[in-house]
Design a protein around this ligand. Structure first.
Ligand code: CA
Length: 227
């Protein structure tokens, strides 16, 4: 099981990343300052470091330089500015990938998985999500209900994957919108209602009794274990 050091001072985001990585079978260590990042890097020997560049006490680039002097551990940079990423690529400081904020946690998991695969570290074992009679194979990018494959649009696929990653959790339309757009915000939350409607129709076409996706009044939607 790969161990990921999350360096992120936004507590909420740090927690979301921890939850997602745990769900996908990773172990995590969480740092909220540069000083913590360096001490956990030494003590915990993570398999990969997810490094936010804007930290309260240190510049993320200095942390990366410090680590790179003696360690080739994969580092995935997280930053809020695209322009900064271009500058970083120019500097060739030796990070393994870059993620710009805002991002979807699923995107982060996918990037981490890709980097670990590249460097030959163990990959999280499970890419199969199950919820009731619904099943998704994230590696094969397929979804099925009662063993019958669902023909989903990319947006519907991402929405369903969100629900199945965290069963019972109510998602806001904005969260679902982020999932479909890889972190972008262009678009209107009501488009989610249309995706949900189509997704429900596809589930009902296979199983007319299926009621897996429920409306949460005033919030958004969720998928229940008992649908
Ligand atoms: Ca930050």
């Amino acid at each position: 099981m790969a161990k990921i050091l999350i360096v992120e001072d936004e507590l909420n985001l740090n927690q979301i990343l921890q939850d997602y990585l745990h769900h996908f079978g990773y172990q995590t260590v969480s740092a909220v300052t540069g000083a913590e990042a360096l001490s956990f890097w030494k003590e915990e020997k993570p398999d990969l470091i997810l490094l936010d560049l804007n930290l309260p006490d240190m510049d993320g680039l200095d942390i990366m330089r410090e680590i790179r002097r003696i360690d080739t551990v994969p580092i995935v940079i997280v930053t809020a500015r695209d322009a900064e990423i271009e500058r970083l690529i120019g500097l060739e400081l030796g990070s393994d990938d870059y993620i710009s904020k805002p991002f979807s946690p699923r995107e982060v998991v996918a990037r981490i998985k890709a980097v670990l695969r590249r460097v030959g570290q163990p990959i999280a074992p499970s890419t199969i999500l199950r919820l009731g009679n619904l099943q998704m194979d994230l590696r094969g990018h397929t979804a099925s209900l009662n063993g019958v494959e669902l023909e989903l649009t990319p947006a519907e696929y991402e929405i369903l994957a969100q629900f199945m990653t965290e069963p019972d959790r109510a998602f806001t339309r904005l969260e679902l919108l982020e999932a479909t757009q890889g972190g972008g915000y262009e678009g209107y939350e009501r488009t989610i209602d249309i995706h949900i409607k189509n997704l429900r129709q596809k589930l009902k076409a296979i199983d007319p009794e299926n009621n897996a996706i429920q409306t949460v009044f005033g919030i958004g939607y969720r998928a229940m274990r008992k649908g």
